[in-house]
Design a protein around this ligand. Structure first.
Ligand code: GLY
Length: 395
């Protein structure tokens, strides 16, 4: 590890971990600093088509707009350099705009405000950041549907689009598990039981309907919006209704582990173990997951590096929550995923690349694969930090 990289670590003990991970983390922080000059106040949305190494930027609200803030706050945590905290704080008006605009609000408030405002509060103690995060948590909580017991993921767009309403109403999705962290944080912060009840209620419905008996998962599940009667599992971004979309599986793995970390409840640890166990079998010999586990991992179908990054971070979190041989198993599996990303997707050594990871699959049916993704980058950084022993995140 060169001397420049070693300055990114708060303690020599952590820096001494795995030299390859320490070096990669140093490059991640360097790249984040360089991107700031290009980005200004813009947030990455997706890589340019055709595997390009430049970003297409968010225009207004986008569910991915918080990931770069998360990367900035983690860079601040590692380096102490106020250029990172200043850049994250300078984005505050964009997040306030989301709070002020009902149409920009959906279940992804958790991703947005954990990584932007909870992070700000935890890193700087600024009470305005805390208020923003609590406001977002209250809105997220209000999306809970008592009939059915789930947080509704997406919103209808109004009376002129009945098809959209039919699609959105009554639907829960795997991704929401990752948004529950905002509710757990709000519960800890305020002592209000409501936040915890909604998070637990949604996680229980996820474990019952989205998680199949064999440890694979549906991407979405549809309920009768009026009665809450469970109807059927359906995919949105996966290959088929009955298949197992790899990023959805990764959201569940990290999300259940996170719920256990936040609550200590055994049922979420069991659910995380079940997903991890099955995912290990589904991965076979591969180190970067194919975008849907129903498809062969033989190089003929796109991989999803973002699923690999979320999985690596979730497995390393799970390792930190378990002991002995079990912890060693999840750590080895998490490191296999991380090593796969470093071996075949890492862009941090390419000085022309604006992102960190190649070969993400945003939405294969819509032609968005083999691309950089801001969530892939964020979770890659989180996984590298977890592998080095860091335990302070904003979830
Ligand atoms: N949460 C949307 C996705 O994973 O693509």
């Amino acid at each position: 590890m060169d001397s420049k990289s070693s300055s990114y670590f708060a303690s020599d003990e952590i820096a001494a971990g795995n030299a390859a991970y320490a070096d990669a983390l140093g490059r991640v922080v360097d790249r984040t600093r360089e991107l700031l000059l290009v980005a200004g106040l813009r947030n990455p949305r997706i890589g340019e088509a055709g595997g390009g190494t430049r970003w297409v930027w968010c225009e207004g609200y986008d569910w991915v707009m918080g990931f770069f803030s998360g990367q900035l706050w983690l860079s601040f945590q590692l380096s102490g350099d106020p250029v990172f905290s200043g850049a994250a704080r300078a984005r505050r008006a964009q997040f306030q705009w989301v709070l002020d605009n009902r149409r920009a609000q959906d279940h992804d408030l958790g991703f947005l405000f954990s990584l932007h405002s909870v992070a700000d509060w935890r890193m700087t103690g600024d009470p305005a950041a805390r208020e923003m995060a609590l406001a977002a948590a209250r809105i997220l909580m209000s999306r809970f549907r008592e009939e059915g017991g789930y947080i509704q993921a997406w919103s209808p767009s109004g009376p002129d689009d009945r098809a959209r309403s039919k699609f959105a109403n009554g639907r829960m999705i795997a991704d929401t598990m990752q948004n529950l962290a905002l509710l757990h944080w709000a519960h800890r912060e305020t002592g209000r039981q409501d936040f915890r009840e909604v998070a637990d209620g949604h996680a229980a419905t996820t474990a019952r309907y989205l998680l199949r008996e064999d440890g694979t998962s549906f991407h979405t599940y549809v309920f009768d919006p009026a009665t809450g009667e469970p109807l059927r599992g359906e995919t949105h971004q996966g290959y088929a209704d009955e298949s197992c979309w790899s990023r959805g599986q990764a959201w569940l793995l990290h999300g259940f582990a996170q719920c256990h970390a936040a609550t200590g409840a055994a049922e979420w640890l069991d659910a995380a173990r079940k997903v991890a166990h099955r995912t290990e079998a589904l991965m076979g010999e591969s180190a970067v997951p194919v975008w849907d586990f129903a498809l062969p991992a033989d190089g003929t179908h796109p991989v999803d590096s973002s699923a690999g990054a979320v999985m690596a971070a979730g497995l390393l979190l799970l390792a930190s929550l378990t002991e002995g041989d079990e912890a060693a198993r999840w750590r080895a599996f998490g490191e296999r995923c991380l090593d796969g990303l470093l071996a075949s997707c890492d862009l941090t050594g390419d000085p022309t690349a604006q992102g960190l990871l190649a070969h993400g699959a945003a939405f294969v049916h819509s032609g968005r694969s083999d691309t950089m993704l801001p969530y892939g980058d964020y979770y890659f950084m989180e996984a590298l930090m977890r592998a080095q022993g860091h335990a302070d995140f904003f979830w």
